[in-house]
Design a protein around this ligand. Structure first.
Ligand code: GLU
Length: 582
């Protein structure tokens, strides 16, 4: 579990020990790098057990204490929140309870190493993951800052109409606007009116479909309901060629779906026991104003769309009740996150839905979830989502996070104006939206398309991997690999722990073609110094690679020292050159 943290720690330690012992020569440190990794990995667990290495609790203490003897409690909770965890997270219950008790015994509200250990040890796995940046969004704070910017941009929008067919919806202020997200690791962020209860309305449709599939399996559920977008308004009195509702996201399908489910405590489990309420007034109003749904109900009954023995009117009641389930933006983000997390609630760890149910649900949300805007939403945003007449949009970034947006004013197709703006379709150049900022679209390429932000990308680990790959390619003379790296916007000047660059390694190994590529196509700094003060030229001379010496000298003569130092301008030119040379 903690092997790679140990690795990172020991790698850092090995850096300082090497400082004292390494020869100031060009002996290939990249070779040592690999053997170090393997060696340290194998021995770390044993050494930890033998008490030679500090415990995980101690490591956590040193990380947060930043050289101080004690950690003030507020410093710990602030650091914790920065990772995205909440102090109220059910997975941190023991730690928080112990913290409360322990703080009563201190005079200054601070924890020394011993007290800190006592507090964190029962939740050490989750805490270590959090502080080692092992969560799906490793740098959570910068990501949240982007979300806040998107929120602010959409806040100023004024268009749209608040639904007014029942008084319970009409009373909402058009200014209400909230965004809440929960990642699959339970990192939370909220902005705006995220604690105001509102009814799920049609956002409940994917949830009840998921419950139906979880309980009965795909085959049984789809005996009664199709899987195809209808191309018609959500409450149209219309069935497909087999006399079934088109899909479970339109009213007819959702009413049939209602006849297949029984239990309500699913909703609480989906929300990790956060706020789930019920608006009886909304239920009554929905029933009184629900002529169209009654019409659909009778039509479904006539066409024998329900399982045998179904009492259609009580199913309609249940349908209206499900529409009237209340959530807050915060609690609904956990529901969405449970869908993002394959049916496991991220904050309780409980399995709520089967993987089959979640996969089906996401597929149908993707194709049918946004009323008559579903095709466009799938095109522009490329993510499964479901909107409701109360102004909610429940969106899932599979394997990453659930997001709930809520703002009552709706556009002509019934989707929240601010919600749509937040996720996509920012026409104003200065407005950003989530999908043009982050590569969350289902068909965004994650490997080569480096221009968009990928908040999932791992900071530390990824960098180590990328240095290893880069130096290894330089060591083996693999120019085609280097071309690929350069094309995917890898930093070709990055250094290993000895401050050695790909150019050092290629020069030391005598790979003339690599040296030329790095200099001419990538415009890397030709005179970087490693930690012994050696430049690539020193390496080439030392190992007698005369052809490399000539390339480096010629290149150097071509550019004045001023030019070679001005790497910012060079980098821009390099991008243009790459197009020509690759
Ligand atoms: N109660 C509404 C109906 O069934 C739900 C509308 C919606 O959110 O799409 O007509």
């Amino acid at each position: 579990m903690f092997s790679s943290a140990v690795l990172q720690l020991l790698l850092t330690a090995s850096l300082s020990s090497q400082k004292a012992s390494s020869p100031p020569s060009a002996a290939a440190p990249h070779r040592l790098f690999f053997s170090h990794c393997v060696f340290l990995f194998l021995f770390s667990c044993r050494r930890r057990k033998a008490g030679i290495l500090p415990s995980l609790e101690d490591l956590l203490f040193y990380t947060i204490a930043e050289g101080q003897e004690k950690i003030p409690a507020h410093k710990f909770t602030t650091a914790l929140k920065a990772t995205g965890l909440r102090t109220g997270d059910p997975r941190l219950k023991e730690c928080m309870e112990m913290l409360k008790v322990t703080l009563k015994t201190t005079s200054d509200g601070a924890l020394d190493r011993h007290l800190f250990k006592k507090c964190v040890q029962s939740n050490i796995v989750l805490l270590t993951q959090a502080f080692r940046k092992k969560f799906v969004i490793p740098d959570f704070q910068p990501f949240c800052a982007h979300i806040d910017d998107l929120y602010e941009n959409a806040k100023n929008l004024s268009g749209g109409q608040v639904a007014d067919y029942i008084p319970q919806l009409a009373r909402f202020s058009p200014d209400l606007w909230a965004v809440a997200l929960c990642t699959v690791d339970g990192q939370r962020h909220t902005v705006g009116d995220t604690k105001v209860p509102f009814c799920l309305q049609s956002c409940v449709k994917p949830l009840k479909y998921a419950i139906a599939v979880h309980d009965h399996g795909t085959e049984y559920v789809h005996r009664f309901i199709g899987k195809e977008p209808s191309g018609l308004r959500f409450n149209k009195l219309f069935l497909n060629e087999d006399d079934k509702p088109h899909n479970p996201m339109v009213n007819a399908g959702a009413i049939v779906c209602t006849s297949l489910i029984k239990v309500m405590n699913f909703m609480n489990k989906l929300a990790g026991n956060e706020y789930v309420g019920f608006s009886n007034a909304t239920f009554q109003s929905e029933r009184e104003s629900g002529d169209r749904n009654f019409a659909i109900g009778y039509y479904l009954k006539e066409k024998k769309c329900f399982p045998e023995g179904t009492d259609m009117t009580s199913i309609l009641d249940f349908y209206f009740q499900l529409c009237s389930i209340e959530v807050t933006c915060e609690s609904a983000s956990v529901m969405a996150a449970t869908l993002a997390n394959g049916g496991f609630c991220p904050i309780t760890g409980e399995r709520v839905l089967s993987p089959e149910a979640v996969r089906n649900t996401l597929s149908l949300m993707h194709s049918c979830g946004m009323y008559d805007f579903s095709g466009q939403f799938a095109f522009h945003v490329g993510l499964p989502a479901k909107s409701g007449v109360a102004g909610g949009i429940l969106l899932v970034v599979p394997n990453v996070m659930g997001i709930m947006c809520w703002s009552p004013p709706l556009d002509k197709l019934g989707n929240s104006v601010r919600g749509i703006q937040f996720f996509s379709l920012s026409l104003d150049l200065f407005f950003q939206d989530l999908v043009s900022l982050c590569n969350f679209h289902n068909y965004d390429n994650l490997r080569h398309f480096a221009k968009k932000l990928d908040p999932r990308r791992e900071g530390g680990d990824q960098r180590v991997k990328s240095v290893i790959n880069l130096l290894f390619a330089a060591y083996t003379g693999d120019v085609s690999a280097l071309r690929r790296f350069a094309l995917s916007s890898m930093d070709m000047e990055q250094r290993d722990y000895d401050s050695r660059t790909a150019l050092h390694v290629a020069a030391a190994e005598g790979h003339a073609e690599v040296v030329r590529f790095l200099l001419e196509a990538c415009k890397v700094n030709p005179v970087p110094k490693d930690r012994w003060g050696n430049t690539p030229m020193d390496e080439a001379v030392h190992f007698g690679h005369h052809d490399v010496v000539t390339i480096l000298r010629d290149y150097h003569n071509q550019y004045s020292p001023q030019d070679t130092q001005d790497s910012a301008t060079d980098k821009q030119n390099a991008e243009k050159n790459l197009d020509g040379m690759l």
